[in-house]
Design a protein around this ligand. Structure first.
Ligand SMILES: Cc1cc2nc3c(=O)[nH]c(=O)nc-3n(C[C@H](O)[C@H](O)[C@H](O)COP(=O)(O)OP(=O)(O)OC[C@H]3O[C@@H](n4cnc5c(N)ncnc54)[C@H](O)[C@@H]3O)c2cc1C
Length: 273
């Protein structure tokens, strides 16, 4: 916690943008360190890409489903926020569709065996993909999400540029592209080459994966439990319980954190300062 304290040890006024896992994690840690946090969200729903739907008795995740065992900081907030008994083992099978709609399974814990056996990619593409293992081993020490400066030397091209150049178009399109989209949730031309290596390092690591029994969105609801939900001029934001802002309207304090669903105008953040 010491890195979260000010020079004088006084509580600071902090603003955190976004209620995805990154924003919620930052707000939680800052609030626990005693700072006064305002958490802003432009969507009418908490959780960023974590979004759980319940339809006809089925629980469906629109975004992330699996929590890797190596996400120790995320898992510690899960436990601190009282969700420890929600953690259940998650499947580690990744299914990829070919052009005929046939699903090819890859068991993450047995990835090298399943890569050798799969008919999703050709023998040549498998040989091309072997370079991923070499690259991950070579750069493993730099793939540190806690210290992004170590990854700077890998950051001069996009994951797509790196993937096509290093593994060839076939291996890239039939395997690398879908794996990155599945793990990061965005197109490889929008993320760095270091993300590609980070994803495959995680993919090749033998580790446990977890899910939350009642869905990922419950994490967002619990992480903001010690915060109050407020709305000012069209924007929603949260302040720690006990801090009252003039001209603001309390929406909700507590667990369920229902937010309005309409879009909000960008001017709200400026005016909320
Ligand atoms: C389909 C899918 C499946 C995935 N599966 C997994 C998985 O199984 N495991 C895994 O670890 N990861 C998975 N991911 C990736 C994971 O969802 C992301 O890595 C994670 O959500 C990133 O968190 P974040 O907080 O950085 O961003 P986001 O989750 O995108 O949250 C950002 C938030 O900030 C808000 N925001 C942005 N700009 C502003 C602004 N100016 N003002 C106010 N609010 C703002 C946005 O509205 C949003 O709510 C998946 C992603 C997708 C799409």
């Amino acid at each position: 916690m010491s890195e979260l304290t000010s020079d004088t040890g006084a509580a600071l006024h902090m603003a955190v943008i976004g209620t995805g896992p990154a924003g919620l994690g930052a707000a939680w840690r800052l609030h626990k360190a005693g700072h006064r946090v305002k958490l802003f969200e432009r969507n009418g729903q908490l959780g960023g890409r974590m979004r759980t739907q319940h339809i006809d008795g089925f629980q469906i995740e629109d975004g992330p489903t699996q929590i890797a065992g190596s996400y120790t900081r995320f898992l510690s907030i899960v436990k601190e926020s009282g969700l420890g008994d929600q953690l259940i083992p998650a499947s580690t099978v990744l299914g990829m569709l070919d052009e005929n709609g046939r699903c090819h399974d890859f068991e993450v814990a047995k990835i090298h065996r399943d890569m050798a056996r799969t008919k999703l990619i050709s023998f040549k593409e498998k040989l091309d993909l072997a370079r991923i293992t070499l690259d991950v081993v070579k750069h493993r020490a730099k793939l540190d999400v806690e210290d992004l400066s170590k990854m700077a030397e890998l950051d001069h091209m996009s994951a797509e540029q790196y993937g096509r150049k290093r593994f060839g178009h076939g291996a890239y399109e039939n395997f690398v592209d879908p794996v990155i989209r599945g793990f990061v949730g965005t197109a490889p031309n929008t993320v760095s080459a270091s993300d590609l290596l980070w994803v495959f390092a995680a993919f090749m690591k033998i580790q446990k994966y977890y899910a939350l029994k009642d869905g990922m969105q419950i994490y967002a609801e619990m992480a903001c439990k010690p915060l109050r939900v407020w709305q000012i001029r069209g924007h929603t934001f949260f302040v720690p319980t006990g801090t009252i802002e003039a001209d603001s309207k309390a929406l909700h304090a507590g667990r369920t954190c229902e937010l309005p669903r309409e879009g909000h105008d960008a001017a709200g953040i400026e005016s909320a300062r």
